[in-house]
Design a binder for this molecule. Sequence first.
Ligand SMILES: C[S@@+](CC[C@H](N)C(=O)[O-])C[C@H]1O[C@@H](n2cnc3c(N)ncnc32)[C@H](O)[C@@H]1O
Length: 367
Amino acid sequence: MEKLTCFAIVVPGLEGQVVAELTELSAHDVKLEEGGVSFTATMDTLFRLNLRARCATRFVIRLAAFKALTFPELYNKVRKLGWQHYVGDGVTVEVKASCHHSKLLHSGRAEQAVLDGIAASEGMQNYRAGDAIQQVMLRIDDNICTISLDTSGERLDRRGYRHYSGLAPIRETIAAGILRWMDWQADEPLLAPMCGSGTFAIEAAWIAEKRAAGLNHDFPFVRWPSLKQKRWQRALKKAETMSSEIKPQIFASDLAAGVLDQARENARHAGVADAIEFSKLDVRNLVVPEGVTGKGLIVCNPPYGDRVKGDVRTLYKALGALFAGRFEGWRMAVIVPDQGCEHALGLPAKRRLKIKHGGKWVYLLEL
Ligand SMILES: C[S@@+](CC[C@H](N)C(=O)[O-])C[C@H]1O[C@@H](n2cnc3c(N)ncnc32)[C@H](O)[C@@H]1O
């Protein structure tokens, strides 16, 4: 099978988790690069990655890279890329260009040149556009044009279960990445106080169940004229039948009753309402839940920043005290927005990871 040159677009900070995930899912030549992770894969592997990866934002195929100094040159080279394999009737192509340090700097004109090139390519004469979208990315750097074909459609963090999200929800890919960074295993009790929309708890329940993260996703490749239907169905069936007998101990809590109702509803949509025990609780009153005998992991994304009134540091101070007291011996992962909050915790971090969350750099600390 043909080996494709691919790229995983990743939330800044999660690259290491995606490298590990891609390697586990049998991608080859996996390399960390600016803005993501490059790798090679067959189409079968891309099916598997889209269905089963939890931490990457999207996967694209690098179709071509060539030099172009004029728009007609760009158009002519795009025309030869075999678009009839990827663009069928009923599909509208959307091109997003970014241009840097190059003769072609007008992204709008570059996008139009690519669209015109696609429309004029072999086998595309009778094609009719429709509602489905196929994204194509063009990056021009130092006059080298890289054309990428999207394979994921909507961002992969949009798993389809989060019908409600409260204040500053964490992306599903970040929550899964944090659980991976903490090497959380399904037999370790997990507490998610300040659970908001329930993302950590739901992602953990899916990991424990071995549920593939992309089962509800609409992938653009299912409309490619070149799709090998049998191979896709085989990958899909395999992902659908993955399961585990492990019954995890997952506890989610929040101060706000309305938020908890939404988290419960999200868990129901995710099919894991029975796997998570929800309770209304101020994190300051968090105790080891009944029935939990061993030590576990606490993971939390406390409120911070412009969205919060008052001094959030007192909350971080309370978290630090809680951890050093009632939860001694447990592991804890907490997101902190700045050094002030980290100091307020009053505990040394064993490890830290810088992640971009909600457009801002934050630190994830392991305590
Ligand atoms: C930033 S949000 C968490 C977002 C969550 N990770 C998600 O994906 O939706 C912070 C949450 O902490 C809750 N919260 C604030 N103070 C709390 C406290 N003292 N005890 C428990 N929960 C609290 C808020 O109700 C809010 O849902």
